[in-house]
Design a protein. Structure first.
Ligand SMILES: Nc1ncnc2c1ncn2[C@@H]1O[C@H](COP(=O)(O)OP(=O)(O)OP(=O)(O)O)[C@@H](O)[C@H]1O
Ligand SMILES: [Mg+2]
Length: 532
């Protein structure tokens, strides 16, 4: 049974269930179902000694087979889903691989159980119900981000076909792309040419199921009007991760409808049906060989003998939680096959699988996360060491710096500082801004100097800084700078006035109009007024 070996690993035998197909025959004396919890579930056959159909029973009349649970004729599709498929779907959502396969003779209800019946909506089987369950969970679970893909593989007459090929509208089987199996160095199989289609929601997934089913190989046989003549593996690939995390969980769910075992003479087969039956029986024989080898823990397991066992390698004794549904018919004519199905199931129940939590770091997401971390560490390091960063300043950063410089210049507090951290690029940028301001001031100064020179005709030059006070439009809100400039300017003017008076007195000539000499000071005063 189930047991956690090490963290993330579940060792578990393959779970076996049985489902009895409804029949109109009186069968109450032929078999009985017991689902007693204490004693364990079982189905028991009572085989009369005089049973026809060539079956002679010399020794035993009662055959009892144990199962995890036996579903009798009245069991509905929902009950089957809830008991068998839902727990598997839950584990697939948790990151484990899962397989559910139906095994039984032809016409015993495998396709009805796995895919469902077409007559009523309530007849839908495990695949559509599981898809609905998975997508409901995916929509509701806000803690995880999932992506889902689907493939549908058919193995017919020992050739693999891709049932989801969209190129062909009404196609024959031989037109479908064939899929080949490759083994890598670790003996994992790769299915070449099998399309794996993304399906974002339940509707898309169901469309893929219907597309595949229209391509499936079916035929009318004596026992089943729509006998599926191939093994089909419908696979859901789930990839889930928490938002922002680089750890992803990838799991696969195989839902397998095997072709039915059939007795060639009983079916009166010929031609193509006979060829199909032979291939079906051979592949089921190889499946049995694999099951026997696994149940007896043999050193060599002959997976490679058939395509079906190669594809299902992980499901049988590997990294997977596997469940088998034995479909049985209790019509008297089918008892022998039903018992052989049950016997096969008993062997299957001995197989131990070791399912591993398929969790790994996604390299692409991991690189993105490491890049982010790297950048933040670089920033931190640059803060500590003052090392320059490599990237250019962004437009946004430049604009913020301009505002910062303007606020700094506007600040009347002589202790005001420009908080730039250790980022040399920002420091350089601020110096460049200040330089632009100063050179602008100088230009203004030159213009004013020229004008003043013309007006007083002295040709005397002002110091560059004092000239800035005459340029009120240049940095109108820069009180601090202008305050300094004005004081200096007034000082200069005072000195110049004194020099000029002295000069006039010496020369004894007419005193020049005072408004001319006061002009720079008047400008300074005007400037101060504007500031106020
Ligand atoms: N539990 C059930 N309830 C009602 N009808 C069922 C049930 N099981 C099977 N049937 C009906 O029996 C017929 C044969 O079933 P199905 O096609 O599923 O058999 P099968 O095992 O897939 O056979 P094959 O191996 O030939 O493909 C179908 O018409 C199906 O609808
Ligand atoms: Mg079928």
């Amino acid at each position: 049974m189930a047991g956690m070996a090490e963290k993330g690993t579940v060792k578990e035998t393959i779970q076996i269930f049985a489902r009895v197909k409804p029949t109109r025959e009186e069968t109450s004396k032929v078999y009985s179902v017991n689902n007693d919890e204490a004693a364990g579930a079982s189905v028991e056959f009572v085989v009369p000694k005089d049973l026809g159909d060539g079956y002679v029973n010399n020794k035993l009349e009662n055959y009892k087979f144990r199962f995890r649970r036996v579903f009798d004729q009245t069991a509905g599709q929902e009950e089957i889903f809830e008991t068998i498929a839902q727990p598997v779907a839950d584990r697939v959502l948790a990151g484990y691989n899962g397989t559910i396969f139906a095994y039984g003779q032809t016409n015993s209800g495998k396709t009805f159980t796995i895919t469902g019946g077409a007559r009523r909506y309530g007849d839908r089987g495990i695949i559509p119900r599981t898809l609905s369950y998975l997508y409901q969970h995916i929509i509701q679970d806000s803690t995880m981000v999932y992506t889902t893909h689907i493939s549908y593989l058919e193995i017919y007459n020992n050739v693999c076909y891709d049932l989801l090929d969209r190129q062909l509208e009404a196609c024959r089987l031989e037109d479908l792309p064939t899929v080949t199996i490759m083994h890598d160095s670790e003996q994992n199989i790769q299915l070449r040419n099998l399309s794996i289609q993304q399906s974002a929601n339940e509707e898309e997934a169901l469309n893929l199921l219907f597309l595949g089913d229209t391509h499936r190989m079916t035929a009318e046989t004596l026992l089943n009007k729509a006998s599926t003549r191939s093994h089909c593996i419908f696979t859901v690939y789930l990839c889930g991760r928490q938002p922002g995390s680089a750890t992803v969980r990838r799991s696969k769910l195989h839902l397998v409808d095997l072709a039915g075992s059939e007795r060639v003479n009983k079916m009166a087969l010929g031609g193509q049906l006979l060829t199909e039956a032979k291939y079906i029986n051979v592949s089921l024989h190889y499946l049995e060989q694999v099951i026997i080898s696994l149940s007896e823990s043999r050193a060599h397991i002959p997976y490679r003998n058939s395509l079906m066992t190669s594809v299902l390698r992980d499901s049988l004794g590997g990294n997977c939680m596997t469940t088998m549904i034995s479909t049985i018919s209790v019509d008297k004519a089918n008892l022998k096959e039903s018992m052989s199905t049950c016997r096969f199931a008993q062997r299957v129940a001995l197989i131990k699988n070791e399912a591993v939590l398929n969790e790994e770091e996604d390299p692409v997401l991991l690189i993105a996360r490491l890049k982010r971390e790297n950048q933040s560490l670089r920033d931190e390091l640059a803060m500590v060491t003052g090392e320059p960063r490599q990237e250019q300043l962004t437009q946004d950063e430049i604009q913020k710096l301009e505002v910062q410089v303007k606020d700094f210049l506007d600040d009347t507090d002589p202790e005001a500082t420009l908080a730039l951290g250790t980022d040399l690029q920002k420091i350089h940028r601020c110096f460049a801004l200040l330089k632009t301001i100063v050179s602008g001031l100088r230009q203004q100064l030159n213009i004013i100097q020229e004008k003043l020179g013309c007006a007083n005709g002295t040709g005397n030059e002002l110091t560059p800084l004092s000239a800035a006070a005459t340029a009120p439009d240049f940095i109108p809100s820069n009180r601090a700078v202008r305050g300094i400039l004005i004081s200096e300017k007034e000082e200069t003017e005072k000195t110049r006035d004194q020099d000029t008076t002295a000069q006039l007195n010496v020369n004894g000539g007419p005193v020049r109009a005072p408004n001319v000499r006061r002009c720079p000071v008047a400008l300074g005063l005007k400037l101060r007024k504007m500031e106020d």
